[in-house]
Design a protein around this ligand. Structure first.
Ligand SMILES: NC(=O)c1ccc[n+]([C@@H]2O[C@H](COP(=O)([O-])OP(=O)(O)OC[C@H]3O[C@@H](n4cnc5c(N)ncnc54)[C@H](OP(=O)(O)O)[C@@H]3O)[C@@H](O)[C@H]2O)c1
Length: 349
């Protein structure tokens, strides 16, 4: 195959540039995918602004983009169950040939799902990172996750019936997936925080109570207490994990409770309190996530087809890959609400 176009972040905190990238053949266990849609993620503006986020990227120039939907172009050796022309969705990796802001990318077949006919490429591309992060947060074993049972069979579906759950940031991409996985797991009531304008959307996904994200911790505590009565609050998923939301989540938990956070810990633990927390590493290829990723991917297409997991609202950015820079600035400014920004690589001039 000839070379293709990719969006490179040229250097640490440097310039974005659309340039040629080699189209490599898929190896054993891999697919080559023509990328139709790629969703934007906050980690990308963090990398651009701060130069790295945790261990990524390993080097520059780097290609980013992790929420990928497209069409299988070529199947690597030993791959079964996928064929040229299949519509697929998967989480890209922080490697130049496996990222999403380009015309073609390589996918590890273990963590690829076929897109059911009810979802467009744009809708499918809203989901992989959120699903990976939420599923590993809830169902990954401790200390990396909360150690719940995956809700894909009779043993897991509805298992936590009647237990209250608080999801901080229900309108975030992670929050919308967290609400839906919480429903599958049976949690009730499902409490969340968001801008009041997103209350209808979040209730349509399964939230029972949507509290204004600007409530003081004291007012939030009072409203949570009113909603759950005497039941202990044993689990909080903080999909925002800013210092005040981490602290609120920690403070709201009952003794013995567990807090899931998605960026490194910034809360002040209270001496003598028995509350644990785990920081999610929502990447399927991470060794401690592989098993749960394999299991969930057996059920992924069915969960998307039957509407158990619905996509985010979509806004397609103009300009193909060149639309990504402006989109990331909007994510950084916090001006995107309840919606996933999507780039179409092949619309790049
Ligand atoms: N650890 C991991 O593996 C991992 C993986 C993915 C993402 N993350 C991190 O998780 C965070 C969320 O990512 P995302 O893609 O889901 O973000 P996102 O979709 O861009 O989040 C935007 C939403 O956040 C909500 N929000 C912002 N501040 C809030 C607050 N104080 N209280 C309640 N809601 C608030 C807004 O809700 P309203 O519009 O209702 O105001 C907005 O709709 C980011 O920091 C990201 O870097 C971590």
């Amino acid at each position: 195959m000839p070379n293709h176009k990719a969006l490179f972040l040229q250097s640490k905190c440097g310039a974005w540039e659309v340039a040629e990238q080699e189209t490599r053949k898929p190896g054993p266990g891999e697919l080559l995918v023509r990328i139709e849609a790629c969703g934007l993620n906050p980690i990308e503006w963090k990398i651009h602004t701060y130069g790295s986020a945790g261990p990524v990227p390993k080097s520059y120039p780097t290609v980013l983009g992790s929420d990928i939907a497209g069409v299988v172009e070529e199947v690597g050796e030993g791959v079964s169950g996928f064929a040229k022309g299949d519509r697929v969705v998967y989480q890209g990796a922080f490697e130049n040939d496996k990222a999403g802001y380009q015309h073609y990318g390589i996918a590890n077949v273990e963590f690829v799902a076929k897109i059911p006919s009810n979802l467009s490429f744009d809708e499918a591309a809203t989901l992989p990172v959120a699903i990976a992060t939420v599923a590993t947060g809830f169902y990954g074993s401790k200390p990396h996750g909360a150690g719940l049972t995956l809700p894909v069979d009779e043993a897991g579906k509805g298992k936590y019936s009647g237990k209250p759950l608080l999801i901080i940031g229900g309108a975030s991409s992670l929050g919308q997936s967290a609400i839906q996985f919480a429903c599958l797991s049976g949690f009730f009531p499902i409490l969340t925080t968001a801008s009041p304008s997103n209350a209808g959307l979040l209730k349509s996904l399964g939230a029972t109570h949507v509290f204004d994200r600007n409530l003081s911790t004291a007012d939030l505590t009072a409203q949570v207490a009113e909603a759950i009565g005497d039941a202990p609050l044993e689990l909080v998923f903080d999909t925002i994990s800013a210092p005040p939301t981490q602290q609120a989540g920690y403070d709201l938990l009952s003794e013995g409770g567990h807090l899931i956070i998605v960026v490194p810990e910034m809360l002040k633990p209270v001496e003598g309190r028995n509350v644990t927390y785990s920081m999610v590493h929502g990447i399927w290829g991470t060794p401690f996530n592989v098993e749960i990723g394999r299991e969930l991917h057996k059920h992924m297409t069915a969960l998307l087809a039957d509407g158990s997991i619905k996509p985010n609202r979509v806004e397609v950015l103009p300009g193909g890959l060149r639309g990504v820079f402006g989109g990331l600035e909007r994510l950084k400014a916090g001006s995107v609400s309840g919606t996933k920004l999507i780039a179409h690589p092949h619309e790049t001039d």
